[in-house]
Write a new protein. Structure first.
Length: 561
């Protein structure tokens, strides 16, 4: 109902006009009908049946529609959809309104949330919800986000209804106690290919490794090491704020200065040990910038040397002597560190110029347990085969797309990194990532482009062993080389050769792959997670990618609901 919101999305369930992007239009699509006074109760029930997977007093699980954002200033979001179906007290038209009778008795069990049950309240509620962009907009908003799905991804989405339930679910995700499965449809980037992706020959060409190769992933030790390393580096960055590698704190500068004074004094006194030291080989650090010179008398030098090696002593005695040595050393430390910073910057530049591959080698330091980018595991029996994709992923500040380790990317897709305006020296922090891909079906998908046409596709089941942003999408597109059908961000402008029959002849034509399907074919099919009291629960959303055949003698084709 927010007619002033900018038209920034073009959802698959909407249309070219702004009014087809709002919550009211989404509700019509979900219910397969318009609202009416006489059938309003069945209208709400149809929406519940399509959306609600599970709910009780602690959790709500929905089947998220594709092309729907979690929240924000958009005409329709998951947040607004939930507020409509389960309006809190602050959104009710009247607390004593008898028509606000809950429909949950016939839809779910145990929920204390009130479902809108009045056609008269329908328009009023939509107007109240329209400006709400965040969960914090209402104090009595009952839903707490514990995980998220991408805008274009559909499927299982879990919400908590209280603080305890949210804490339990978040802990399960954080400690990697969950199991997630996604259904996806992939296509060949080569539009002229008549072969479905991930053929038997492709699978046989992959290296086969023993099951033990996954031990560091299955027991969580690899992820634990990565998180410890990341936490340690974060702590170091906080501790070393406004510093640099090689920075010297004040007490270190004082010790260095005192050593210099001691050496100069011995030289003046003709110390034989000092004369012998002059002939020794210079240490590398003697090429560093010299300490700033401080004009001092002999008595002042003796005074500094009398402090021994203790910086604490000079700080505590600053008021007892003729000169404030703390201020002197602090100023000296600032000046010396400024010189060191310039020195190291020049050294780093010369090293980079001498070896352009240094930064690229740093990427490979990410511990992926020495696994190849794609491989199979021995003794894993699947009807059509399965394989693993192992490639580190990094998020780029200010960019929607994520970057994949260039050493793991296919040659045909390695240009994706350069297309983001990055070189190996600019790669973000790379996180180890692993995905299992199981082939479920190979065949053709039919669609209408003026006549019946089809493209070769493969339906796969994806099991992420790690939970990185866009992991499944970038692994399939940039490592396996077969993007998800409808993935605008990573699929590129793929042209496919469509085979259509006209006058009993097969005609080939090039068509944008996105014409074949208006949505991205990635669906969160199943979530298994321990919730309150450690009870393991599995939630499953209906698969929208189904196989059908119009005639008994025809082969099955893929249909997207």
């Amino acid at each position: 109902m927010n007619e002033t919101a900018p038209l920034t999305d073009n959802p698959c369930w909407g249309g070219p006009d702004l009014q087809h992007h709002n919550l009211e239009h989404l509700l019509k699509v979900l219910s397969d009908s318009n609202t009416s006074q006489s059938e309003y109760k069945s209208y709400i029930k149809r929406i519940h049946k399509k959306l609600v997977v599970f709910h009780d007093e602690n959790y709500l699980v929905i089947n998220k529609p594709a092309d729907l954002r979690m929240d924000g200033d958009y005409p329709a979001t998951v947040h607004k959809l939930l507020l409509y179906l389960f309006p809190p007290s602050s959104l009710k038209a009247c607390e004593s309104d008898d028509t606000l009778k809950s429909l949950n008795d016939g839809i779910g069990s145990g929920s204390k949330l009130t479902t809108v049950a009045s056609f008269e309240n329908h328009t009023t509620l939509l107007h109240k919800i329209a400006p709400l962009s965040k969960h914090s907009c209402l104090k009595d908003d009952p839903f707490r986000i514990v995980h998220q799905l991408d805008y274009a991804t559909s499927g299982v989405l879990l919400f908590a209804k209280n603080k305890k339930a949210a804490g339990t679910a978040c802990k399960s995700f954080q400690e990697r106690q969950t199991d997630k499965q996604y259904a996806a449809v992939v296509i060949n980037p080569d539009g002229d290919s008549n072969e479905a992706p991930f053929s038997s020959d492709f699978l046989q060409s992959l290296p086969e490794l023993p099951p033990s190769c996954l031990s560091q992933w299955s027991d969580g030790s690899l992820e634990t090491r990565y998180r410890k390393k990341r936490r340690r580096e974060t702590d170091d960055r906080v501790a070393k704020k406004n510093t640099f590698d090689g920075f010297m704190p004040v007490h270190s500068v004082f010790a260095k200065w005192r050593g210099t004074l001691l050496r100069l004094k011995k030289e003046k006194e003709g110390d034989p040990d000092e004369l012998q030291n002059k002939s020794r080989k210079k240490k590398p650090n003697e090429d560093f910038p010299p300490l700033p010179k401080v004009p001092m008398t002999a008595d002042e030098i003796d005074e500094v040397l009398s402090y021994g090696q203790s910086w604490k002593a000079i700080k505590s005695s600053k008021q007892q002597h003729s000169r404030c040595w703390v201020t002197v050393v602090e100023d000296m430390a600032k000046e010396y560190n400024a010189s060191l910073s310039k020195f190291y910057a020049g050294l780093e530049e010369s090293e980079v110029n001498g070896s352009n591959d240094t930064a690229a080698s740093e990427v490979k330091k990410v511990d992926n347990a020495s696994l190849p980018p794609m491989f199979r595991v021995q003794d894993e029996v699947d009807d059509l085969g399965s394989f693993y994709i192992c490639a580190a992923i990094g998020e780029i500040d200010g960019r929607f797309e994520v970057s994949v380790d260039p050493s793991a990317a296919k040659a045909a897709t390695a240009a994706a990194t350069s297309s983001l305006g990055l070189d190996t020296k600019q790669l973000p922090e790379m996180r180890p990532s692993l995905t299992k891909c199981t082939v479920l079906w190979r065949g053709f998908m039919q669609f209408d482009v003026g006549c019946d046409a089809s493209i070769p596709v493969t339906k796969v089941l994806l099991t992420p062993w790690t939970g990185r942003r866009h992991q499944l999408r970038v692994h399939l597109a940039h490592v396996a080389g077969c993007p998800i059908l409808g993935d605008v961000a990573y699929g590129g402008n793929v042209k496919v050769t469509c085979k259509s029959k006209s006058a009993n002849e097969t005609v080939a034509s090039n068509t944008d792959a996105r014409v074949a399907c208006p949505r991205m074919c990635l669906h969160a099919k199943q979530l298994t997670i321990p919730l309150i009291e450690g009870k393991m629960q599995t939630f499953e959303a209906p698969d929208p990618f189904i196989l059908e055949k119009k005639h008994e003698q025809e082969e099955r084709t893929l249909k997207v609901l």
